[in-house]
Design a protein around this ligand. Sequence first.
Ligand SMILES: Nc1ncnc2c1ncn2[C@@H]1O[C@H](COP(=O)(O)OP(=O)(O)OP(=O)(O)O)[C@@H](O)[C@H]1O
Ligand SMILES: [Mg+2]
Length: 253
Amino acid sequence: MSSRPAAPDALLQLDGVTKSYGGRSPTLALRGVDLQIDRGEFVALTGPSGSGKSTLLNIIGLLDRPTAGRMLFQGLDVAQLDEDATTAVRGRGIGFVFQFHHLLPAFTALENVWLPMLADRGRLDPEIRQRAAALIEEVGLADRANYKATDISGGQQQRVAVARALVMRPQLVLADEPTGNLDTETGAQVFRLLRDINERYGTAFVIITHDEQLAAKCDRIVHMVDGLVEADTIQPRRPSDVVPETTDKSILK
Ligand SMILES: Nc1ncnc2c1ncn2[C@@H]1O[C@H](COP(=O)(O)OP(=O)(O)OP(=O)(O)O)[C@@H](O)[C@H]1O
Ligand SMILES: [Mg+2]
């Protein structure tokens, strides 16, 4: 295992990360992953089912711990953090978007966005309301802010989930098949929203996707096979990928 120091631009660095799941017949889901993600990168994580993508994303997101190996987040060795410190680093530094939005159905779109910040601060101050309202507008849902989460479309729910992931102004957003539950056009709009946020705020993204067309629009494709990074490809940037002619501007109004 390498023990090189974190590179200055590194947001995240993994050295020889393994993960085995216990049980009767233990599974070695990650078999020694070396990976560096820099600030502001927009990365697709691809690979066949069972190759370890979600396992890797959960470890990167401090939702789970490696069995062995080292992970640095912003230069901090996460193995050294106790439970409370891990929760704090995760809550402030990392946003999550999942395939199913996991919005709280009894709450409005706006309330769903401010909840993580309320949980962090313990009280609802004006800044929280302001920031949540600005984000709801940013994802194009100003006119749906006070609708219950169940009373908006799947694509709109996923945009609320994106706004919620951003409310703590994380340096990194992790998305596990964020468009997997959406039709192609709606999925493409949500994906474009992620890209736009990446470009505007320099937020780094790691996005698991089975959609090759979406992966091709990322800056970099990390391809996993059988618990290892099999290929790590930097993509040529094409301006047309960033602002496609068909961009629906309404999503960013
Ligand atoms: N909680 C768990 N307990 C036991 N084994 C697990 C657990 N989670 C994942 N695995 C196993 O670890 C391996 C990697 O799974 P993982 O979910 O990371 O794959 P994936 O690439 O995300 O697949 P998919 O594309 O189907 O979501 C698989 O063999 C899987 O069965
Ligand atoms: Mg998965």
